[in-house]
Design a protein around this ligand. Sequence first.
Ligand code: CTP
Ligand code: CA
Length: 224
Amino acid sequence: ALDAVRPRDLQGMRVVISAGGTREPIDPVRFLGNRSSGRQGVALADAARSRGADVVLIAAHLEVPPPAGVRVVEVGTAAELNAAMLAEQPGAELVIMAAAVADFRPVAVAGEKIKKTDDGAVPELRLERTDDVLTALAAARPAGQRLVGFAAETVGSEAELVALAAGKAARKGADVIIANRVGDGVVFGQASTDVIIVDAAGSVVAKASGDKLSVAHRILDALG
Ligand code: CTP
Ligand code: CA
């Protein structure tokens, strides 16, 4: 309904957005996952589309439906997300990593369901690192492409949040990190949010709070 009053200021812009949370299999019925609902990434996709962008949403286990009018590519694991993002990256003017990506995955996936045994033994899960998708995107980035990451941090102060976000932007080669504080009663999957957009030099580009769709529009305003 708000589409009519939104400017078509992203008309024809190619935008690739990841959303949701990856899952790393342990055996055929179990996985290591995270609590990301996908709401902020979906809101960004919806906001960009309503402003005229040509949007691809790389979707990892969304808890909310994807918006109409965007192309959806479904992925499961961090490796699948990495491959899908790198495949969609060429030709995009804006790439946003809103998905929560597993940092670790089981070294081996059991072929059969892991069973309890009579001796009470407990299996040990051996983990290995996944590839960092944002770093891979930065390495392959075409000239002029904007690259954006997210970070949710359990920090005591805004200054700490800004410092962590700036460090992540610099380390990964992203233009900005969109950061928010979590923990201490801040719940996952909420409709509203409170974010700060920080560049690699530690400058605060913008702040936004409110429902995830209005925050998405503020983020797109700040990135334009
Ligand atoms: N990210 C990624 N690939 C990974 C992990 C994270 O692309 N394997 C991206 C996320 O999508 C996000 C940004 O990197 O946009 C920051 O993620 P975060 O988990 O905060 O950073 P990490 O480098 O994994 O650091 P931490 O140890 O704090 O989890
Ligand atoms: Ca991480």
